[in-house]
Write a protein that binds this ligand. Structure first.
Ligand SMILES: C[S@@+](CC[C@H](N)C(=O)[O-])C[C@H]1O[C@@H](n2cnc3c(N)ncnc32)[C@H](O)[C@@H]1O
Length: 270
């Protein structure tokens, strides 16, 4: 369905539902929908607050298309910066292992590997590095695996169900760690948009009372492991970044801003 009157009809419905970015999404809905009956069903779900990405089960991240369902969060555009930071690091240093901790849809590690495979970006032999995606949720890992398959990376990226980096042999290895763990403080979570609370997995978003529950745990795991060395790039919330920074103080973290000029990332090396 893709004529102008249909498009305006969808736009009106989305505007009424106060849907953000309604012009782009209206076009996508028009292209996706096969019949009036389908369209009615979709608009009904949009009215209930269901994000379009969960209806079409697809999202673009780092110009790459990913399959998603409600077992993973919708990758956010701000997180793309993490991929840029990781590419920069990977080009400069050798890493035996690269780990995406809390991979969800697999968007970060897949975008990283696909970028590193482009000779215009990186000339290194990727077979010299192990790429691992971890998550504590088996359901999230199913989504990551689906995406790894979709992008023909099954021979490069391995998935592991584990608590952060537990049970991964990193002894004497130089490791690049990327982590976008749940970091929204409990009380802030309660104030999030209803559509986020209703449709996205809470276990992927809320980071305990102070938001730093998982980063404290990660710092503990890092302290008790015997790496050769590591670099960690993490994403957190602007309102708690100073506290997150304190957790990792011994590694002298540097704050990096996101595309909206907010302090959102930490990068540090052992
Ligand atoms: C904010 S989401 C990030 C998903 C994806 N990396 C992204 O950027 O879109 C956090 C992810 O961490 C996972 N997670 C939560 N606790 C974890 C733990 N203890 N160990 C590993 N992963 C965990 C969640 O299941 C979820 O997939």
């Amino acid at each position: 369905m893709n004529n102008l009157s249909e498009l305006f009809y969808i736009q009106r419905a989305l505007r009424k539902a106060k849907y953000p970015d309604y012009k782009r999404v209206s076009k996508e809905i028009a292209e996706f929908t096969k019949s009036r009956k389908d369209l009615k069903k979709i608009l009904e779900q949009i009215k209930q607050g269901k994000p379009w990405e969960y209806i079409c089960k697809s999202v673009e991240f780092y110009t790459i298309q990913f399959y998603i369902n409600q077992n993973v969060i919708i990758p956010r555009i701000e997180t793309e910066k993490m991929v840029n930071l990781a590419i920069k690091k990977f080009k400069k240093e050798h890493f035996d292992t690269v780990i995406d901790i809390g991979t969800g849809s697999g968007c970060i590690i897949i975008a990283l590997v696909k970028s590193l495979m482009l000779p215009s970006i990186c000339k290194k032999d990727l077979t010299k590095t192990k790429f691992i995606a971890t998550d504590s949720s088996g359901r999230a890992l199913n989504v990551a695996e689906e995406n790894i398959k979709k992008h023909n990376l099954l021979n490069i990226i391995k998935i592991k169900k584990t608590d952060l980096i537990k049970r991964i042999n990193l002894k004497n290895k130089s490791v690049l760690l990327m982590a976008n763990l749940p970091y929204i403080p409990q009380r802030q979570y309660e104030r999030l948009d209803e559509s986020i609370r209703k449709y996205e997995p809470k276990s992927a978003l809320e980071g305990g009372v102070d938001g730093n529950k998982y980063y404290k745990k990660l710092s503990e795991q890092l302290r008790t492991r015997t790496f050769k060395n590591f670099t960690l790039i993490l994403e957190t919330e602007e309102s708690i970044i100073e506290e997150t920074k304190k957790i990792f103080n011994r590694y002298n973290p540097i704050i990096v801003k996101d595309i909206y000029d907010k302090n959102r990332f930490l990068i540090m090396s052992s």
